[in-house]
Design a protein around this ligand. Structure first.
Ligand code: ADP
Ligand code: ASP
Ligand code: MG
Length: 362
């Protein structure tokens, strides 16, 4: 699959009748409720302007039939880079840390340039990125007095997702989808175990709804930073390495999404890492327990913390390939709905499915 925008005709959504359920209001009035889907894009799906525009095409196709909230990782490699800056600081290498931070800003400015926005939008987003870059440099200059150790690591690591959310919102706007970046530390409330913070789910949900629901209702796609939260007194935390999947599940929970789609760089969950084992077989349907066992045994494709939350809320989770969106992916759901989909039809499809060659929903 090339990395251009996905052609509109590839997006085969279900009929509007299937996609809307009616929401009843006091007094008898009713209004159709659109399906809500949460899309999480991993770092490789966002690596560079072409990939961002391609991923934006998937969101655009989905918005034709559903309300969409997006969660993003940092671009691939950026979190490692930021953590190496934190290590350089810990070793007292201030000049090196500063130079590396400038490189991080330049990397994102380069992606912005390649998005080829209108002059006005380019100026606006450039300013946002430069402000973030300035904050990053400021962290480096004052690190000793403001934060230390694990807390500093989290403050620095948070910049990757903050940069990518701004760029991906710009890519969506460029693709004709109204979008705004949202920083999850504004509402994902966590404990103060830096580098492995536990979110307070219900408080985060209450706070997050105030931020995200008005956007959903207005048809604006929120591009939420994965990976990061904040303590009650406002200090930035991270939920652990590779945890943007978990953020995807948290945000899906906040907006009561019908489905969470984890978009990654393989066709779904396999019996083993497909990049390492020729015998790896794609798994089409998994229960939450089966998926949890695989994730807990180290399958990097899905963070283990997604599964208990998805199971508790009976949220359907799909793992799908950004670069091969025609593939159906792996579906994770309750045993009961798995049973239904196995017996009733082999065509259980994501809400935002992409048509197969036969022209129907995949
Ligand atoms: P993302 O950046 O999208 O979060 P990750 O690198 O975290 O992606 O996860 C995707 C990678 O997980 C795949 O490229 C693959 O190498 C690896 N992987 C490990 N185990 C499995 C598995 N059982 N099934 C699929 N992918 C796996
Ligand atoms: N960017 C973070 C990391 O590299 C979170 C994620 O990508 O899931 O760990
Ligand atoms: Mg990942």
């Amino acid at each position: 699959m090339s990395l251009e925008n996905v052609p509109e005709e590839l997006a085969a959504e279900r009929s509007p009748a299937e996609l809307h359920e009616r929401v009843h209001y006091p007094g008898g009035a009713s209004k159709p409720r659109r399906n809500v889907v949460a899309f999480k894009f991993g770092g490789s799906s966002l690596l560079g302007a072409d990939r961002m525009l391609h991923a934006a095409g998937l969101v655009r196709a989905a918005t034709r039939a559903s309300s969409v909230t997006v969660v993003v990782s940092a671009m691939k490699g950026v979190t490692d880079h930021l953590l190496s800056i934190a290590r350089a600081l810990a070793d007292g290498k201030l000049v090196h840390a500063r130079r590396e931070a400038e490189l991080v800003l330049l990397l994102h400015l380069d992606v912005l340039h390649n998005l080829q926005l209108s002059e006005h939008d380019d100026l606006r987003v450039r300013r946002e990125l430069q402000l973030l870059g300035r904050d990053l440099l400021q962290e480096i200059l004052v690190h000793g007095s403001v934060a230390t150790g694990a807390e500093l690591f989290d403050r620095l690591a948070s910049f990757g997702e903050r940069f990518s959310a701004r760029l991906f919102a710009a890519a969506l706007e460029e693709s004709g989808v109204p979008a705004v970046p949202v920083t999850s530390s504004d509402f994902v409330l966590t404990c103060n175990t830096f580098r492995d913070a536990q979110p307070h789910l219900e408080k985060s949900k209450q706070r997050g709804r105030d931020v995200l629901l008005p956007l959903l209702e207005a048809g604006i796609v929120a591009v939420v930073t994965g990976f990061i939260g904040a303590t009650p007194d406002g200090r930035i935390t991270t939920l652990g390495r590779n945890s943007s999947d978990f953020s995807g599940a948290i945000i899906a929970h906040v907006v009561d999404a019908d489905e969470l789609v984890i978009w990654t760089d393989v066709d779904g969950i396999y019996t083993a890492n497909p990049n390492e084992s020729a015998e790896a077989r794609l798994l089409h349907e998994l229960s939450y327990d089966e998926a949890h066992a695989l994730a807990a045994s180290g399958a990097k494709v899905l963070h283990a913390k997604v599964l208990p939350l998805a199971a508790k809320t009976e949220m359907v989770v799909w793992v799908r390939n950004t670069f091969n969106p025609q593939a159906r992916g792996t579906r994770i759901g309750t045993q009961r709905s798995l049973q239904d989909s196995r017996t009733a039809s082999k065509d259980s499809v994501p809400i935002c499915s992409i048509s197969t060659q036969q022209g129907g929903a995949a």
